[in-house]
Design a protein around this ligand. Structure first.
Ligand code: HEC
Ligand code: HEC
Length: 499
């Protein structure tokens, strides 16, 4: 963890003198004017300490307190480094937290602060709500639900805070802050079935009143703090709760685009970490320094360095013993499941075969003979035609010298073992006429019969229809078949976490 804290502390305005000088001196020494030729944003002065100790400075203002004097002394001792333009702006977020004096006039300090501002505008509090209204407000606020029975106010506060509904309701706000989603986003936008353990972590943390420092640290580095404790490791789902461009990250072969996609991932982690825990943006510094942004580009890239080791993916979160126990219990169930799956497959296969007509039946039959020799293809695809008419496959990208198609069926026709005559490019596509089919027809195809990406695999394509001779349109919507998804869905106890 030390490296992480260091990386952050190098960014904070740990030095109080900056704040003191900024608030008490700059008005006359570098802000609106430069009195006595002393511009404290450019250089310090050896005489500073004398002047503040004697109480001569700040001119006309209250003397600095002993702590403020000590801070100024430390600043001078450290060479009174010039203040930056951003410090000059005096951002409230970088000032130390101070406890203000509570105004008079109300029993509760929060009410006292509110009343002070209201009274300054000639206003006061609205009349007190009756007990029933108050209880309803409290219940909706803390649990998101109406109250079930009348309760005295103070009992209700405790009861609602103790309710599991409290964490569920308020956890949602946190999940919004950290841009939690259960799909990848991007072009594929796959469902992220294993994101929920992080969601549960947030809910449980709120319900258990987890102290904020722990809550913060666990989300940024839970896997380093307690690598063997799944309950804490799952907190790091925070880092990867945002969008993930799986296409650029996994499929793209262009080195520059891949690198850009990776920087986008890191940018998302830096941005969310800074938004969430520092309440400020840092991502503007990705491309250039700004005059008044306290985060320079250099610090932005230091921050991305913190997350360099974080990748997107799932990781196992079970201990070895728990896993062994699980396997022991699961293996007879798996065997039973396999038998059921076989029965389902036996029942489904004939239906599927007739559904996808002649060629599909041939494909299934070939698989049945030896599924290992002809495994189900990851690029096997089914599409339902959004429009009908005369069809053509437009190929604009593929592996290898020419595009190849193992098998395709549409409108009762079948094409097997097709090979293009020349290379296809986005500018010079290769067209494969498919005959005619009605709107809503199912089109099924396998571009390649093995799991390996054989040369010729078509990876950029579209299907166009010429309806009634009105010109070529793009009528196909890709629908990944439920059958395909079932075979490939992972069943391990994994969570969406940095891998
Ligand atoms: C309201 C305006 C004002 C504020 C605020 C103010 N100063 Fe000054 N300061 C002056 C003026 C005017 C002079 C020149 C007159 C003097 O030397 O007394 C001066 C002179 C000085 C000098 C002497 C410069 C020299 O080279 O001899 C120092 C040092 C100094 N200020 C430090 C500070 C520090 C430190 C603060 C904040 C804690 C501060 N001042 C706040 C107006 C201000
Ligand atoms: C992806 C890179 C990138 C990011 C991120 C970025 N900028 Fe820029 N910014 C640029 C580029 C490039 C220019 C110059 C554009 C031009 O001159 O045509 C620019 C120009 C500017 C300018 C104009 C500067 C001038 O002197 O005219 C401002 C202001 C600015 N950006 C502010 C921001 C802010 C605020 C953010 C964050 C919300 C931000 N930038 C994020 C790339 C970026």
């Amino acid at each position: 963890m030390r490296w992480l804290i260091l990386a952050f502390s190098s960014l904070t305005w740990a030095a109080d003198p900056v704040v003191v000088v900024e608030q008490r001196c700059l008005k006359c020494h570098g802000g609106e004017k430069v009195s006595a030729g002393l511009d404290l944003t450019k250089a310090g002065s050896a005489r500073i300490v004398e002047r503040v100790e004697s109480g001569e400075m700040p001119l006309g203002g209250p003397r600095l307190g002993p702590e403020e004097v000590a801070a100024v002394k430390a600043w001078v001792a450290a060479g009174s480094k010039p203040l930056t333009a951003s410090a000059k702006k005096g951002f409230w977020a970088f000032r130390p937290v101070v406890k203000p004096a509570v105004p008079q006039g109300a029993a509760h300090p929060i009410d006292a602060f509110l009343l002070e501002k209201l009274q300054a505008k000639g206003l006061g509090f609205a009349p007190k709500a009756d007990d029933r209204t108050l209880l309803r407000r409290l219940a909706f606020d803390l649990t998101g639900m109406p109250p079930e029975k009348p309760l005295p106010y103070s009992d209700a506060v405790e009861a609602f805070l103790a309710s599991p509904r409290y964490g569920e309701r308020w956890g949602r706000h946190w999940l919004d802050v950290v841009r939690f989603g259960e799909t990848d986003g991007g072009e594929h936008n796959f469902e992220r079935a294993l994101a929920w353990p992080y969601r549960d972590y947030v809910i449980e943390a709120l319900n258990a009143d987890k102290p904020y420092p722990e809550f913060l640290r666990e989300q940024i580095a839970g896997d380093l703090i307690a690598p063997a404790d799944p309950k804490i490791v799952r907190a790091t789902g925070f880092l990867v709760a945002g969008p993930w461009d799986s296409v650029s990250a996994e499929l793209n072969k262009d080195v520059a685009m891949k690198a850009t996609a990776r920087m986008d991932e890191l940018d998302d982690m830096v941005t969310t970490t800074m938004h969430t825990f520092q309440a400020m943006t840092a991502n503007c510094a990705r491309c250039h320094d700004h005059k008044f942004d306290p985060i320079p580009t250099k610090d932005y890239y230091k921050l991305t360095g913190v997350f360099q080791s974080v990748g997107f993916g799932t990781r196992e979160v079970v201990s070895a013993e728990a896993k062994a126990a699980f396997e022991k219990a699961a293996s007879p169930l798996r065997a039973a499941l396999k038998a059921v799956e076989q029965r389902i497959a036996d029942a489904e296969d004939p239906v599927r075969a007739s559904y996808l007509r002649t060629a599909m039946r041939a494909f299934v039959a070939e698989r049945a003979k030896d599924p290992r020799r002809i495994p189900l293809n990851p690029v096997f695809n089914t599409n339902r035609l959004r429009g009908g008419g005369e069809l053509r496959l437009v190929i604009t990208g593929h592996d290898g010298p020419v595009a190849k198609l193992a098998w395709l069926t549409v409108g009762g026709r079948e094409i097997r073992g097709w090979e293009a005559a020349q290379k296809a490019t986005p500018d010079a596509p290769v067209f494969l006429p498919l005959g005619t089919a009605a709107q809503g027809s199912e089109m099924a195809w396998a571009t390649d019969e093995t799991l390996a990406r054989k040369p010729g695999l078509i990876n950029v394509y579209r299907v166009e229809a010429n309806q009634g001779g009105n010109g070529w349109r793009w009528p196909v919507r890709s629908t990944t078949s439920a059958w395909w998804r079932r075979r490939f869905r992972p069943r391990q106890t994994r969570i969406w976490c940095p891998s």
